[in-house]
Write a protein that binds this ligand. Structure first.
Ligand SMILES: Nc1ncnc2c1ncn2[C@@H]1O[C@H](COP(=O)(O)OP(=O)(O)OP(=O)(O)O)[C@@H](O)[C@H]1O
Length: 426
């Protein structure tokens, strides 16, 4: 199979020359019209190497190389520079470029450089493994869109340090997977990753899980002790019983440094819970060393095709394919269950299609939801809450006290909600 090269070059004559010469020596060359498009393609791992033409203004190109390196440390990147200034070449290498060649480019030198980089075993093996393991770990979470990439950058920074991390996002967006990713990227990777789902368990049990028990001869170390040197992941921390929150806070602040990285996740608005008195403000402050928000799938529809291809690859390997029409169908849906729901939908589609490429007909069962969306838009929980508060406000002619007591929330929370809703006339 031909090796795939992505060329990003503004200068038309250079571009044509490079495409022709590389194609003649057996490479499959694609041209990207701009860096933003190129980034999405590169992050989706569609190419074996990148050739990037840069001018004096190296800023955007350096951001591009840095972003790619977070995902794919071993992708061969060759920079072509027209600048005489040595700083451009030094900067390019510092950002992570493998080679820098001068313009006008000598085609033979370029193809030799690419061949050498592509044959380099030290990068070939991790890239091949990357398609399986590292890829599963690294790429899966974030897709290729700007918000998702920002989230990954912050996650990489969090992994490099030890400050507490709070991951927010709707159900099924991949918060748990991101927490594992941070652990695996960190220097704590070979130490324990200890997770506790705080929802569903009664306070007493959560307490025993966290702090252990010492009843008679049977003593069991708690998760705080088990996580030493590694990561403690508290899933759905917003559901933690108030009394246990206090004990956790006391345990965490008892010593100068916490001996593990604390990662918490929530699909709830913790500041609203604080306002309503259900969450300790000091604990919120403690757990939010850095806050990573994973956007819901409906905010990432542009990158949905990349996510779908990735999930299909994960589910069935590269032979699973999907047509444009089916992708359009999937883009039309609201995905309240996010990636979890999308993955389930694809799994179901694959069963129905029995090996044929996925078409819109394999997602027929999504249609009622799509139709429903046409007549009555499917709303998010916060949109429903917003509409409900607005309706009650209207009925109570704007009497905030009456509305707060009707909704069963405090006046402070009510005022904060009003602020969030903005200055609308009710
Ligand atoms: N980026 C991803 N790549 C592949 N699969 C994903 C991704 N994100 C989520 N999933 C799928 O969705 C499932 C849910 O992910 P995860 O449990 O991490 O989400 P969550 O946000 O923690 O959900 P919840 O809030 O319901 O606990 C995973 O088991 C996986 O199947």
């Amino acid at each position: 199979m031909k090796q795939k090269i992505l060329l990003i070059e503004d200068d038309t004559s250079n571009r044509l020359g490079i495409v022709r010469s590389l194609s003649e020596v057996g490479f499959a060359v694609s041209v990207a019209s701009n860096l933003a498009n190129a980034e999405e393609d590169v992050l989706a791992r569609r190419f074996d190497a990148v050739v990037l033409g840069v001018s004096r203004a190296f800023g955007k190109a350096s951001a591009f190389i840095r972003a790619v390196r977070v995902y794919d440390p071993y992708l061969p990147i060759v920079v072509l520079t027209g600048s005489e200034e040595i700083e451009v070449a030094v900067d390019a290498v510092r950002c992570g470029a493998d080679n820098v060649l001068g313009k006008p480019v000598e085609f033979e030198a370029l193809s030799d450089t690419l061949r050498t980089l592509l044959a380099d075993e030290a990068r070939k093996a991790p890239r091949a493994a990357g398609r399986n393991q590292a890829r599963r770990i690294e790429e899966r979470f974030f897709g290729t869109g700007p918000a998702a990439r920002r989230c990954l950058e912050l996650a990489a920074q969090a992994a490099a340090g030890s400050a507490p991390v709070l991951i927010t996002g709707e159900t099924g967006t991949g918060k748990g997977l991101l927490a594992k990713w941070i652990h695996q990227k960190s220097s704590r990777a070979n130490r324990p990753f200890v997770a506790l789902n705080c929802s569903g368990l009664p306070g007493k049990l959560v307490r025993t899980e966290l702090f252990g028990s010492r009843s008679g001869a049977q003593s069991k170390p708690g998760l705080l002790a088990q996580a030493a040197g590694g990561t403690l992941f508290l899933d759905e921390i917003g559901d933690l019983d108030l009394a246990v929150q206090g004990e956790l806070l006391a345990a965490l602040s008892a010593r100068p440094g916490v001996p593990f990285q604390l990662i918490s996740s929530t699909n709830r608005q913790l500041d609203a819970l604080v306002g309503a008195g259900y969450f300790l403000p000091e604990l919120l402050y403690f757990v939010s060393g850095s806050v990573l928000r994973i956007p819901p799938l409906r905010e990432r529809l542009r990158e949905l095709p990349n996510i779908v291809r990735f999930l299909l690859d994960e589910l069935r390997g590269p032979q699973a394919s999907i047509g444009e029409e089916a992708l359009a169908t999937l883009k039309g849906y609201h995905w309240p269950g996010n990636l979890r729901e999308l993955k389930n939908a694809l799994e179901q589609g694959l069963i129905v299609s029995q090996g044929a490429p996925l078409g819109p007909e394999h997602f027929n069962w999504l249609k009622p939801a799509l139709k429903a969306r046409g007549s009555h838009p499917l709303l998010t929980m916060s949109e429903i809450k917003e509409q409900h508060i607005a309706a009650v406000l209207k009925r109570a002619s704007g009497d905030v006290n009456a509305v707060a007591s009707c909704l069963g929330i405090s006046r402070a929370t009510m005022y904060r909600k009003l602020k969030q809703l903005g200055n609308r006339s009710w």
